[in-house]
Design a protein around this ligand. Structure first.
Ligand SMILES: Cc1cc2nc3c(=O)[nH]c(=O)nc-3n(C[C@H](O)[C@H](O)[C@H](O)COP(=O)(O)O)c2cc1C
Length: 205
């Protein structure tokens, strides 16, 4: 698929064909492409927990949702995803990397960081997964784990301390689903968000 088509076709997909698993070769391509994401200082402080066995996915949903949300249409669609990839960032890898001689931040002071690059880089990796899924004619969605559910998920799957779930990528073959209400706002135009040379000098054309 042409790159421009991949970008334009990408939409969050929240309903999947439950009877079509993601072929292992496609799963591995998604994961390998994620590792091509850029990372600050090439720290690569990320980890990916792959859940594809039905019982593992069920355990994930049990830990991240409340029993009363079982009839929720979002959840019933998302539960059809045959593949879930929990994307975890690892801040200590960055503090460690930047404490090395070529960077010199030996105090490991987090106040030095202009932005949480560990989360940003893990997000870049997740975006590559979303794009790879589209390129392979699959659908995918990036979604968050509710904050209060995070400890239970990490414990359930034996994730060591220091790893933070930035979000989850669900992947599968698309089935028609409801359009997200968030999209009503429409995509912001270039003129709104781009400033040419000086704040307030809008992009024209
Ligand atoms: C950081 C982030 C968190 C998101 N969390 C959720 C979520 O928890 N549930 C969900 O259904 N979609 C989630 N989304 C998807 C957005 O709702 C979606 O990207 C946005 O509405 C634009 O739609 P599109 O991606 O289909 O173009 C998230 C997206 C991002 C980037």
């Amino acid at each position: 698929m042409e790159f421009q088509d991949v970008v334009r076709r990408r939409r969050m997909v929240r309903n999947y064909d439950p009877d079509r698993p993601v072929p292992p070769a496609v799963r591995d391509l998604i994961l390998r492409n994620a590792l091509h994401a850029p990372s600050a200082g090439f720290s690569q402080g990320w980890a990916f927990l792959v859940l594809e066995q039905p019982e593992d996915r069920a355990r994930f949903w049990e830990r991240t949702t409340d029993p009363q949300s079982a009839s929720d249409s979002w959840l019933s669609g998302m539960r059809t995803a045959p593949l879930l990839i929990l994307c975890l960032s690892h801040k200590d890898s960055y503090l460690e990397r930047y404490a090395r001689a070529d960077k010199g931040w030996t105090d490991r002071d987090q106040a030095r960081w202009a932005a949480p690059y560990w989360d940003i880089d893990t997000g870049f990796a997740a975006l590559l997964m979303l794009l790879t899924a589209v390129d392979q004619d699959l659908g995918a969605c990036f979604f968050g784990v509710p904050r209060e559910k995070i400890p239970a998920v990490l414990e359930e799957f034996g994730v060591p301390d220091g790893h933070t779930p930035v979000g989850v990528v669900s992947v599968g073959y698309r089935r028609p689903g409801r359009r997200s209400g968030s999209l009503k706002a429409g995509r912001r135009p270039l003129a709104d968000v781009v400033h040419m040379g000086h704040w307030g000098a809008h992009h024209v054309g």
